[in-house]
Design a protein around this ligand. Structure first.
Ligand SMILES: [Zn+2]
Length: 457
Protein backbone atom coordinates (compact mmCIF):
# COMPACT_ATOMS: atom_id res chain seq x y z
CA UNK A 1 0.00 0.00 0.00
CA UNK A 2 3.00 2.33 0.16
CA UNK A 3 5.67 3.08 -2.42
CA UNK A 4 8.82 4.52 -0.84
CA UNK A 5 10.69 6.41 -3.52
CA UNK A 6 13.99 8.15 -4.01
CA UNK A 7 15.32 9.73 -7.19
CA UNK A 8 18.56 11.34 -8.25
CA UNK A 9 18.49 14.22 -10.74
CA UNK A 10 20.65 16.48 -12.88
CA UNK A 11 19.80 19.43 -10.60
CA UNK A 12 17.42 20.97 -8.13
CA UNK A 13 14.38 22.12 -10.12
CA UNK A 14 11.80 19.85 -11.67
CA UNK A 15 11.07 22.52 -14.26
CA UNK A 16 14.57 22.39 -15.76
CA UNK A 17 16.16 19.15 -14.64
CA UNK A 18 15.73 15.46 -15.30
CA UNK A 19 15.78 12.21 -13.37
CA UNK A 20 18.97 10.10 -13.58
CA UNK A 21 18.10 7.29 -11.18
CA UNK A 22 15.04 5.98 -9.43
CA UNK A 23 14.45 3.43 -6.70
CA UNK A 24 11.07 2.25 -5.43
CA UNK A 25 10.52 0.12 -2.32
CA UNK A 26 7.10 -1.40 -1.79
CA UNK A 27 6.01 -1.41 1.82
CA UNK A 28 2.90 -3.09 3.24
CA UNK A 29 2.68 -1.02 6.42
CA UNK A 30 4.82 -3.50 8.35
CA UNK A 31 7.84 -4.15 6.17
CA UNK A 32 9.48 -3.91 2.77
CA UNK A 33 7.89 -6.33 0.33
CA UNK A 34 9.65 -5.63 -2.97
CA UNK A 35 11.97 -3.25 -4.69
CA UNK A 36 12.73 -1.83 -8.09
CA UNK A 37 15.70 0.15 -9.29
CA UNK A 38 17.00 1.69 -12.52
CA UNK A 39 19.34 4.31 -13.86
CA UNK A 40 17.64 6.70 -16.27
CA UNK A 41 19.23 8.42 -19.24
CA UNK A 42 18.38 12.11 -18.79
CA UNK A 43 19.36 12.88 -22.39
CA UNK A 44 21.89 15.45 -21.32
CA UNK A 45 25.19 15.88 -19.56
CA UNK A 46 25.16 15.57 -15.79
CA UNK A 47 26.85 18.62 -14.22
CA UNK A 48 30.11 17.73 -12.49
CA UNK A 49 29.01 19.02 -9.10
CA UNK A 50 26.03 16.65 -9.23
CA UNK A 51 28.34 13.80 -10.16
CA UNK A 52 30.46 14.85 -7.19
CA UNK A 53 27.44 14.41 -4.92
CA UNK A 54 25.85 11.25 -6.32
CA UNK A 55 28.70 9.52 -8.12
CA UNK A 56 26.44 9.17 -11.18
CA UNK A 57 28.37 10.17 -14.31
CA UNK A 58 27.12 10.96 -17.80
CA UNK A 59 28.72 7.80 -19.20
CA UNK A 60 27.01 5.63 -16.55
CA UNK A 61 23.57 6.63 -17.80
CA UNK A 62 24.38 6.63 -21.52
CA UNK A 63 23.10 3.10 -22.00
CA UNK A 64 20.28 3.37 -19.48
CA UNK A 65 16.67 3.66 -20.71
CA UNK A 66 15.11 7.09 -21.11
CA UNK A 67 12.25 7.85 -18.70
CA UNK A 68 9.64 7.42 -21.48
CA UNK A 69 10.83 3.86 -21.93
CA UNK A 70 10.31 2.89 -18.29
CA UNK A 71 7.38 5.24 -17.58
CA UNK A 72 4.75 2.50 -17.89
CA UNK A 73 6.65 0.17 -15.57
CA UNK A 74 7.17 2.90 -13.01
CA UNK A 75 3.52 3.89 -13.20
CA UNK A 76 2.48 0.28 -12.44
CA UNK A 77 4.81 0.28 -9.43
CA UNK A 78 3.31 3.49 -8.04
CA UNK A 79 -0.34 3.18 -8.99
CA UNK A 80 -2.76 2.61 -6.14
CA UNK A 81 -0.04 3.19 -3.54
CA UNK A 82 0.65 6.07 -1.25
CA UNK A 83 3.81 7.87 -2.33
CA UNK A 84 6.39 8.13 0.48
CA UNK A 85 9.69 10.01 0.26
CA UNK A 86 12.11 12.05 2.29
CA UNK A 87 11.15 15.60 1.21
CA UNK A 88 8.30 14.02 -0.73
CA UNK A 89 7.55 17.17 -2.66
CA UNK A 90 10.92 17.09 -4.40
CA UNK A 91 10.67 13.52 -5.70
CA UNK A 92 6.97 13.90 -6.43
CA UNK A 93 7.38 17.04 -8.53
CA UNK A 94 10.14 15.47 -10.64
CA UNK A 95 8.16 12.32 -11.25
CA UNK A 96 5.02 14.24 -12.11
CA UNK A 97 7.00 16.32 -14.61
CA UNK A 98 8.64 13.28 -16.20
CA UNK A 99 5.32 11.46 -16.45
CA UNK A 100 3.77 14.52 -18.06
CA UNK A 101 6.58 14.64 -20.63
CA UNK A 102 5.85 10.97 -21.36
CA UNK A 103 2.18 11.80 -21.87
CA UNK A 104 1.01 10.23 -18.61
CA UNK A 105 -1.09 12.05 -16.05
CA UNK A 106 -0.17 10.78 -12.62
CA UNK A 107 -1.34 11.85 -9.20
CA UNK A 108 -1.00 10.28 -5.81
CA UNK A 109 -1.48 10.78 -2.12
CA UNK A 110 1.86 11.41 -0.50
CA UNK A 111 3.61 11.26 2.84
CA UNK A 112 6.82 13.08 3.65
CA UNK A 113 9.16 11.34 6.08
CA UNK A 114 10.70 14.70 7.07
CA UNK A 115 7.31 15.94 8.16
CA UNK A 116 6.38 12.68 9.88
CA UNK A 117 9.70 12.56 11.72
CA UNK A 118 9.33 16.08 13.05
CA UNK A 119 6.19 14.87 14.74
CA UNK A 120 7.09 11.30 15.63
CA UNK A 121 10.80 11.73 16.39
CA UNK A 122 10.76 15.20 17.93
CA UNK A 123 13.75 17.19 19.13
CA UNK A 124 16.40 16.34 16.54
CA UNK A 125 18.69 19.12 15.41
CA UNK A 126 18.54 17.99 11.81
CA UNK A 127 16.02 15.93 9.87
CA UNK A 128 18.26 15.23 6.91
CA UNK A 129 18.16 11.61 5.81
CA UNK A 130 21.66 10.96 7.17
CA UNK A 131 20.99 12.50 10.60
CA UNK A 132 17.62 10.85 10.98
CA UNK A 133 18.94 7.40 10.01
CA UNK A 134 21.77 7.85 12.48
CA UNK A 135 19.40 8.93 15.26
CA UNK A 136 17.26 5.84 14.64
CA UNK A 137 20.26 3.55 14.33
CA UNK A 138 19.58 2.65 10.72
CA UNK A 139 22.68 2.03 8.60
CA UNK A 140 22.72 3.70 5.19
CA UNK A 141 24.60 2.01 2.37
CA UNK A 142 25.19 4.09 -0.72
CA UNK A 143 24.15 7.45 0.64
CA UNK A 144 23.10 9.90 -2.13
CA UNK A 145 22.27 7.08 -4.49
CA UNK A 146 18.60 6.34 -5.12
CA UNK A 147 18.85 2.69 -4.04
CA UNK A 148 20.60 3.44 -0.74
CA UNK A 149 18.48 6.46 0.13
CA UNK A 150 15.17 4.77 -0.73
CA UNK A 151 16.09 1.73 1.34
CA UNK A 152 17.02 3.89 4.33
CA UNK A 153 13.80 5.88 3.89
CA UNK A 154 11.80 2.64 3.82
CA UNK A 155 13.41 1.51 7.10
CA UNK A 156 12.81 4.92 8.64
CA UNK A 157 9.19 4.68 7.51
CA UNK A 158 8.86 1.29 9.24
CA UNK A 159 10.03 2.90 12.49
CA UNK A 160 7.70 5.85 12.06
CA UNK A 161 4.72 3.52 11.59
CA UNK A 162 5.73 1.67 14.78
CA UNK A 163 6.04 4.90 16.74
CA UNK A 164 2.72 6.27 15.53
CA UNK A 165 0.47 5.18 18.40
CA UNK A 166 -2.04 7.97 17.92
CA UNK A 167 -2.88 7.42 14.28
CA UNK A 168 -1.16 10.61 13.16
CA UNK A 169 -0.30 9.16 9.74
CA UNK A 170 -3.90 8.11 9.06
CA UNK A 171 -5.05 11.55 10.13
CA UNK A 172 -2.54 13.17 7.82
CA UNK A 173 -3.64 11.05 4.90
CA UNK A 174 -7.21 12.12 5.44
CA UNK A 175 -6.25 15.77 5.69
CA UNK A 176 -3.80 15.63 2.81
CA UNK A 177 -6.56 15.16 0.30
CA UNK A 178 -6.54 18.96 0.08
CA UNK A 179 -4.06 20.51 -2.29
CA UNK A 180 -1.93 22.58 0.07
CA UNK A 181 1.31 20.82 0.88
CA UNK A 182 3.13 22.66 3.63
CA UNK A 183 6.92 22.95 3.54
CA UNK A 184 8.34 20.03 5.54
CA UNK A 185 9.99 22.16 8.23
CA UNK A 186 7.09 24.50 8.83
CA UNK A 187 5.03 23.77 11.96
CA UNK A 188 1.40 23.44 10.95
CA UNK A 189 0.15 25.70 13.72
CA UNK A 190 2.15 28.59 12.30
CA UNK A 191 0.27 28.18 9.05
CA UNK A 192 -3.08 27.62 10.78
CA UNK A 193 -2.86 30.86 12.74
CA UNK A 194 -2.35 33.07 9.65
CA UNK A 195 -5.13 35.66 9.44
CA UNK A 196 -7.68 36.09 6.67
CA UNK A 197 -6.72 39.75 6.47
CA UNK A 198 -4.56 42.11 4.39
CA UNK A 199 -0.96 42.64 5.36
CA UNK A 200 2.57 41.39 4.88
CA UNK A 201 4.14 38.06 5.73
CA UNK A 202 7.67 36.84 6.27
CA UNK A 203 9.28 33.46 5.59
CA UNK A 204 12.16 32.64 7.96
CA UNK A 205 14.89 30.05 7.66
CA UNK A 206 16.16 27.70 10.38
CA UNK A 207 18.19 30.54 11.93
CA UNK A 208 15.16 32.79 11.85
CA UNK A 209 16.60 34.97 9.11
CA UNK A 210 13.99 36.50 6.80
CA UNK A 211 14.27 34.88 3.39
CA UNK A 212 11.13 36.31 1.78
CA UNK A 213 8.66 39.14 2.34
CA UNK A 214 5.33 39.29 0.54
CA UNK A 215 2.15 41.31 0.72
CA UNK A 216 -1.39 40.08 0.36
CA UNK A 217 -5.06 40.97 0.48
CA UNK A 218 -5.70 37.79 2.36
CA UNK A 219 -2.53 36.57 4.03
CA UNK A 220 -3.61 32.98 4.58
CA UNK A 221 -4.91 32.46 1.08
CA UNK A 222 -1.79 33.97 -0.44
CA UNK A 223 0.59 31.84 1.63
CA UNK A 224 -1.43 28.71 0.86
CA UNK A 225 -1.14 29.67 -2.80
CA UNK A 226 2.65 29.51 -2.52
CA UNK A 227 2.39 25.90 -1.39
CA UNK A 228 0.04 24.42 -3.93
CA UNK A 229 1.69 22.38 -6.62
CA UNK A 230 0.79 24.66 -9.49
CA UNK A 231 2.95 27.59 -8.46
CA UNK A 232 6.19 26.71 -10.25
CA UNK A 233 8.40 29.17 -8.48
CA UNK A 234 7.41 27.97 -5.03
CA UNK A 235 7.26 24.30 -5.71
CA UNK A 236 11.01 24.54 -6.10
CA UNK A 237 12.31 22.39 -3.34
CA UNK A 238 15.06 24.76 -2.26
CA UNK A 239 12.87 27.47 -0.75
CA UNK A 240 10.31 24.96 0.52
CA UNK A 241 12.94 23.22 2.57
CA UNK A 242 14.36 26.47 3.85
CA UNK A 243 11.08 27.77 5.24
CA UNK A 244 11.00 27.03 8.98
CA UNK A 245 8.72 29.80 10.22
CA UNK A 246 6.13 32.27 9.00
CA UNK A 247 5.36 35.55 10.72
CA UNK A 248 3.02 38.32 9.62
CA UNK A 249 1.80 41.84 10.22
CA UNK A 250 -1.72 42.96 9.38
CA UNK A 251 -2.20 46.38 7.82
CA UNK A 252 -5.93 46.85 7.28
CA UNK A 253 -5.57 48.36 3.84
CA UNK A 254 -3.43 47.72 0.82
CA UNK A 255 -1.35 50.89 0.65
CA UNK A 256 0.12 50.37 4.11
CA UNK A 257 0.96 46.80 3.10
CA UNK A 258 2.70 48.07 -0.04
CA UNK A 259 4.74 50.59 1.95
CA UNK A 260 5.64 48.07 4.66
CA UNK A 261 6.64 45.48 2.08
CA UNK A 262 8.95 47.94 0.32
CA UNK A 263 10.53 48.93 3.64
CA UNK A 264 11.07 45.38 4.84
CA UNK A 265 12.60 44.30 1.55
CA UNK A 266 15.03 47.21 1.76
CA UNK A 267 15.81 46.54 5.42
CA UNK A 268 16.31 42.78 5.19
CA UNK A 269 17.14 42.28 1.51
CA UNK A 270 15.71 38.73 1.70
CA UNK A 271 17.35 36.30 -0.65
CA UNK A 272 14.20 35.19 -2.43
CA UNK A 273 13.05 38.76 -3.01
CA UNK A 274 16.46 39.48 -4.49
CA UNK A 275 16.00 36.55 -6.81
CA UNK A 276 12.81 38.02 -8.21
CA UNK A 277 13.95 40.30 -10.94
CA UNK A 278 10.80 42.31 -11.28
CA UNK A 279 11.24 43.60 -7.79
CA UNK A 280 14.09 45.84 -8.79
CA UNK A 281 12.40 47.08 -11.96
CA UNK A 282 11.19 50.60 -11.93
CA UNK A 283 9.31 52.34 -14.71
CA UNK A 284 9.40 56.06 -15.38
CA UNK A 285 8.08 58.74 -17.68
CA UNK A 286 10.87 60.65 -19.46
CA UNK A 287 10.90 63.87 -21.49
CA UNK A 288 13.19 64.79 -24.36
CA UNK A 289 13.17 67.10 -27.37
CA UNK A 290 13.17 65.38 -30.74
CA UNK A 291 14.90 66.49 -33.97
CA UNK A 292 11.94 68.60 -35.03
CA UNK A 293 11.81 70.43 -31.74
CA UNK A 294 8.78 68.64 -30.20
CA UNK A 295 8.91 67.65 -26.56
CA UNK A 296 8.34 63.94 -26.45
CA UNK A 297 7.23 61.76 -23.58
CA UNK A 298 8.34 58.18 -23.32
CA UNK A 299 7.90 55.33 -20.87
CA UNK A 300 11.05 53.44 -20.00
CA UNK A 301 12.92 51.55 -17.34
CA UNK A 302 14.59 53.69 -14.76
CA UNK A 303 18.34 53.23 -14.70
CA UNK A 304 21.11 54.67 -12.62
CA UNK A 305 21.82 57.58 -14.99
CA UNK A 306 18.29 58.48 -15.96
CA UNK A 307 16.04 61.14 -14.52
CA UNK A 308 12.37 60.38 -14.97
CA UNK A 309 9.62 62.90 -14.32
CA UNK A 310 7.75 60.30 -12.30
CA UNK A 311 8.29 56.67 -11.25
CA UNK A 312 5.94 53.69 -11.17
CA UNK A 313 6.11 50.06 -10.15
CA UNK A 314 4.94 48.70 -13.51
CA UNK A 315 4.88 49.76 -17.12
CA UNK A 316 1.09 49.52 -17.06
CA UNK A 317 0.85 52.03 -14.23
CA UNK A 318 3.10 54.49 -16.06
CA UNK A 319 1.00 54.02 -19.20
CA UNK A 320 -2.29 54.62 -17.39
CA UNK A 321 -0.96 57.76 -15.79
CA UNK A 322 0.34 59.12 -19.07
CA UNK A 323 -2.92 58.25 -20.82
CA UNK A 324 -4.86 60.45 -18.38
CA UNK A 325 -2.46 63.32 -18.91
CA UNK A 326 -2.33 63.05 -22.68
CA UNK A 327 -6.11 63.25 -22.85
CA UNK A 328 -6.33 66.04 -20.34
CA UNK A 329 -3.73 68.24 -22.10
CA UNK A 330 -4.76 67.23 -25.63
CA UNK A 331 -1.33 65.90 -26.44
CA UNK A 332 -0.44 63.61 -29.28
CA UNK A 333 -0.63 59.86 -28.65
CA UNK A 334 2.51 59.27 -30.64
CA UNK A 335 4.65 62.14 -29.34
CA UNK A 336 3.23 61.35 -25.92
CA UNK A 337 4.76 57.88 -26.01
CA UNK A 338 1.48 55.96 -25.96
CA UNK A 339 1.48 54.77 -29.51
CA UNK A 340 4.39 53.39 -31.39
CA UNK A 341 4.95 53.13 -35.11
CA UNK A 342 4.77 55.54 -37.98
CA UNK A 343 1.05 56.23 -38.10
CA UNK A 344 -0.06 59.71 -37.26
CA UNK A 345 -2.92 60.21 -34.83
CA UNK A 346 -5.36 61.37 -37.50
CA UNK A 347 -4.86 58.11 -39.29
CA UNK A 348 -5.38 56.20 -36.09
CA UNK A 349 -8.46 58.36 -35.46
CA UNK A 350 -7.91 59.51 -31.93
CA UNK A 351 -9.86 62.54 -30.92
CA UNK A 352 -7.59 64.88 -29.05
CA UNK A 353 -4.32 65.27 -30.97
CA UNK A 354 -4.13 68.67 -32.65
CA UNK A 355 -1.89 67.42 -35.41
CA UNK A 356 1.62 67.78 -34.06
CA UNK A 357 2.48 64.33 -35.33
CA UNK A 358 1.50 65.32 -38.87
CA UNK A 359 3.35 68.67 -38.64
CA UNK A 360 0.07 70.61 -38.48
CA UNK A 361 0.83 72.08 -35.08
CA UNK A 362 4.06 74.00 -34.40
CA UNK A 363 6.50 72.70 -31.81
CA UNK A 364 6.06 75.92 -29.89
CA UNK A 365 2.30 75.58 -29.52
CA UNK A 366 2.49 71.87 -28.76
CA UNK A 367 5.38 72.12 -26.29
CA UNK A 368 3.48 74.72 -24.31
CA UNK A 369 0.85 72.14 -23.40
CA UNK A 370 3.51 69.57 -22.53
CA UNK A 371 5.14 72.11 -20.25
CA UNK A 372 1.80 72.90 -18.61
CA UNK A 373 1.34 69.21 -17.96
CA UNK A 374 4.82 68.93 -16.41
CA UNK A 375 4.11 71.99 -14.28
CA UNK A 376 0.92 70.38 -13.00
CA UNK A 377 2.94 67.36 -11.86
CA UNK A 378 5.26 69.65 -9.96
CA UNK A 379 2.36 71.41 -8.30
CA UNK A 380 0.62 68.17 -7.43
CA UNK A 381 3.88 67.08 -5.87
CA UNK A 382 3.83 70.14 -3.63
CA UNK A 383 0.43 69.33 -2.19
CA UNK A 384 -0.18 67.23 0.85
CA UNK A 385 -2.43 64.24 0.31
CA UNK A 386 -4.09 62.40 3.19
CA UNK A 387 -5.69 59.00 2.67
CA UNK A 388 -7.73 56.97 5.11
CA UNK A 389 -8.94 53.39 4.99
CA UNK A 390 -9.69 50.34 7.10
CA UNK A 391 -7.44 49.74 10.08
CA UNK A 392 -6.35 46.47 11.66
CA UNK A 393 -9.44 46.49 13.89
CA UNK A 394 -12.83 48.14 13.57
CA UNK A 395 -11.84 50.73 16.18
CA UNK A 396 -9.01 52.18 14.13
CA UNK A 397 -8.33 53.58 10.69
CA UNK A 398 -5.22 53.34 8.55
CA UNK A 399 -3.87 56.74 7.53
CA UNK A 400 -1.28 57.62 4.91
CA UNK A 401 -0.07 61.18 4.42
CA UNK A 402 2.07 62.26 1.47
CA UNK A 403 3.53 65.58 2.44
CA UNK A 404 4.58 67.93 -0.37
CA UNK A 405 5.61 65.01 -2.51
CA UNK A 406 8.65 64.71 -0.29
CA UNK A 407 7.78 62.50 2.64
CA UNK A 408 5.32 59.66 3.19
CA UNK A 409 3.86 59.01 6.65
CA UNK A 410 1.66 56.10 7.66
CA UNK A 411 0.06 54.59 10.73
CA UNK A 412 -3.11 53.64 12.56
CA UNK A 413 -5.30 56.12 14.42
CA UNK A 414 -8.58 55.93 16.24
CA UNK A 415 -11.60 56.13 13.96
CA UNK A 416 -12.51 59.42 15.58
CA UNK A 417 -9.14 61.10 14.96
CA UNK A 418 -9.35 64.28 12.86
CA UNK A 419 -7.29 64.18 9.72
CA UNK A 420 -7.13 67.82 8.72
CA UNK A 421 -3.94 68.92 10.44
CA UNK A 422 -0.79 67.66 8.75
CA UNK A 423 1.38 69.08 11.54
CA UNK A 424 -0.35 66.91 14.13
CA UNK A 425 -0.53 63.88 11.93
CA UNK A 426 3.20 64.06 11.31
CA UNK A 427 3.76 63.48 15.03
CA UNK A 428 1.31 60.61 15.32
CA UNK A 429 2.31 58.75 12.18
CA UNK A 430 5.51 56.94 11.24
CA UNK A 431 7.78 58.41 8.58
CA UNK A 432 8.22 55.88 5.77
CA UNK A 433 11.68 55.15 4.45
CA UNK A 434 12.55 57.57 1.65
CA UNK A 435 13.37 54.98 -1.01
CA UNK A 436 12.27 54.60 -4.65
CA UNK A 437 10.25 51.46 -3.91
CA UNK A 438 8.03 53.35 -1.45
CA UNK A 439 7.43 56.14 -3.96
CA UNK A 440 6.68 53.66 -6.71
CA UNK A 441 4.15 51.98 -4.48
CA UNK A 442 2.51 55.26 -3.54
CA UNK A 443 2.42 56.66 -7.09
CA UNK A 444 1.00 53.47 -8.49
CA UNK A 445 -1.59 53.24 -5.75
CA UNK A 446 -2.70 56.88 -6.20
CA UNK A 447 -3.62 56.11 -9.81
CA UNK A 448 -6.28 53.80 -8.55
CA UNK A 449 -6.92 54.07 -4.80
CA UNK A 450 -8.78 50.84 -4.29
CA UNK A 451 -9.52 50.69 -0.60
CA UNK A 452 -8.76 54.16 0.76
CA UNK A 453 -10.41 57.54 0.47
CA UNK A 454 -8.57 60.75 -0.19
CA UNK A 455 -9.49 62.90 2.80
CA UNK A 456 -7.67 66.13 2.11
CA UNK A 457 -5.59 67.78 -0.55
ZN1 LIG B 1 -0.71 62.95 -32.97
Amino acid sequence: MFAVVDIETTGGYAAYHRITEIAIYHHDGKQITDFFYTLVNPGRKIPSFITGLTGITTSMVEDAPAFEEVAEDILRLLEGRIFVAHNAHFDYSFLKKEFEAAGISWQSKKLCTVRLSRRLVPGLRSYSLGSLAEALGIPVHNRHRAGGDAEATAHIFTRLLQRDKEGYIQQLLKRNSGETILPPNLPRWEFDRLPAAPGIYFFHDSRNRIIYVGKAHHIKKRVAGHFTGVSRQWSQSRIRNEIHHITFETTGCELVALIREAEEIRKNWPKYNRAQKYRVEEWGIFVYEDRNGYLRLVIGMVGRHTSPVMCFATRGDAWNFLWQKVQQYELCMRLGGLQEGVHTCSEAETGFCRGACAGRETPRAYNKRVQNMLKSLDEAARHTIILAGKGRTSAEQAVVMIENGRQVYYGFLSCRAKLNQPGRLRKKLTAAMDIPAVWQAVNSYLLNPRDMQIKAL
